[in-house]
Write a protein that binds this ligand. Structure first.
Ligand code: SF4
Length: 213
């Protein structure tokens, strides 16, 4: 069984698949409390559902791309068979997980987006650095950046772990409504960083507070 916060069909707002239709499976619970978290409703709200029930709802959207997110999706043991069964049915499966959780049990065919927490989140001390040693070209590493201190932290992590040479993408995402995307862009350009500026598309298409998009 899984505790599921919501399942919805929307436009993928982030990652290299940004702009594509995608089904999101948001699992309940998180063991972090990022200062800028935009899904605190996923901390506790949710219903117990079987894997078969979750897959049946995903299939109703007739969409080949599925992202499992949270909360922190790797907290629930049944997320592993869910990923396996979605892959077996031919879906392209993505998972977004915090940089504090080991990813070694995530199936190799799942596209992993690992969120490294910057100081502004209040959770940087929880980063599990060994995860960055096993990042591959199918994976993406994401930094949510609140201010200049976060930017410099992210820039240093990218260099220290050689992420430009091994990750499929390095995403620098400004905290929506807090850090101006233009300012972040100018820092990236000035430092000649090989990273991808990421805006959360769904917050521009719908209002930032809209749930289920
Ligand atoms: S890891 Fe994600 S869900 Fe958990 S507190 Fe941070 S932003 Fe929110």
């Amino acid at each position: 069984m899984l505790t599921v916060n919501e399942i919805f069909h929307s436009i993928q707002g982030e990652s290299r698949r940004a702009g594509e239709p995608c089904v999101f499976v948001r699992l309940t619970a998180c063991d972090l409390r990022c200062s800028w978290c935009d899904t605190p409703y996923a901390f506790h709200e949710g219903k117990k559902r079987s894997i078969d029930d979750v897959i049946a709802e995903v299939e109703r959207f007739e969409c080949p791309l599925v992202e499992i997110t949270g909360g922190e999706p790797l907290l629930q043991e049944d997320v592993y068979p869910l990923m396996e069964q979605l892959l077996a049915r031919g879906f392209t499966v993505m998972i977004e997980t915090g940089g504090h959780r080991p990813i070694s049990r995530v199936p190799g065919d799942v596209l992993k987006i690992v969120d490294v927490k910057c100081p502004g989140s209040g959770e940087a001390h929880r980063n599990h650095w060994e995860t960055l040693d096993v990042i591959g070209s199918r994976d993406e590493v994401k930094f949510v950046i609140k201010d200049r201190e976060d930017y410099e932290y992210a820039r240093d992590v990218v260099a220290r772990y050689g992420l430009s040479g091994k990750a499929g993408a390095i995403l620098f995402s400004p905290v929506h409504g807090v850090l101006d995307a233009r300012e972040l862009s100018e820092w990236v350009l000035a430092d000649r960083l090989a990273v991808r500026l990421q805006l959360q598309l769904h917050k521009f298409i719908w209002s930032p507070e809209t749930r289920g998009v």
